[in-house]
Design a protein around this ligand. Sequence first.
Ligand SMILES: C[S@@+](CC[C@H](N)C(=O)[O-])C[C@H]1O[C@@H](n2cnc3c(N)ncnc32)[C@H](O)[C@@H]1O
Length: 296
Amino acid sequence: MPLGLGNRVDARGRAHCSADAFLDRRIEFLDHATQRMEPAVHSEVVVRATDSRGDSVLAAAARELGLRATDQPEAPALLLVHDAEGFGLRPLRPARAGTVRVEFGGARSRGRLSGSLRSQPLARAVGIGAAPPHVLDATGGLGRDAWLLATLGCRVTLVERHRILAFLLRAALARAAASPATAACAARIELLEGDAREALRGCMDAGRPDVVYLDPMFGGSRRTALARLDLQVVQQLLGEEPDDPKLLQAARAAARRRVVVKRLRTAPPLAPGRSHAVAGQAIRFDVYRPDGAAGG
Ligand SMILES: C[S@@+](CC[C@H](N)C(=O)[O-])C[C@H]1O[C@@H](n2cnc3c(N)ncnc32)[C@H](O)[C@@H]1O
């Protein structure tokens, strides 16, 4: 079944489907996620029993995600928290490590967006012209790159298959849509929960993206380009994810103009055949032409 019919979510967090279809898709998705994650899960996400009784939003999220409520969580569990800044994940160790959030327009994302946006390596790799491209970000994560692309004016289809990360993205998108300062940018992002390979196959019929963007977990080494605490949390959630050459193949089949792959600067390319690369300080963006195209 093509992804995006049962679980398409707009910037206000509304699912465009019937309740039954949505439930079917969720069950299908959870089955898929469980199978995929069995060997890789390193920590569970829990909520504090006391918080989950006091905060009805957190309690509803815990029910939706099937999280355990406990007052004695043990590392390496991650706590799902909810406060004035929205949802976040907090590692239990080290103590006071901080909280990782999807920040669409928050202080951290503002810091990142300072300077000339269009000269950022990601912007140059994607190719922001007079008409910013439609980008399918196949590896959503914490949405840092997607928000940058939307700020640059790109329409972004954001795909994430991990249900906790997809939940954080959905909640942050709804918050951003509700704030006048970020609503216009949020409206350019559409979130799909599920496997990007299905999303890429699905868009062959309905609206191929100009650019497909991939930021796989490991850029050819045990490090990624995520910031330190972000990396710790994402790694705890996902475990080790080997590079998936099939994702690049699906991306090259679907993109109209180009495929951009983020790597650590010193890592080997994900696959041979890139047309060029744009290097930043620690990271590099490899650009591939789509199948059968003259490029762009
Ligand atoms: C390194 S993180 C991406 C970080 C992201 N670029 C950001 O700015 O926050 C990689 C993410 O891709 C997701 N992912 C990997 N393969 C995927 C696939 N085939 N479909 C959907 N999501 C995928 C993982 O679950 C993980 O959240």
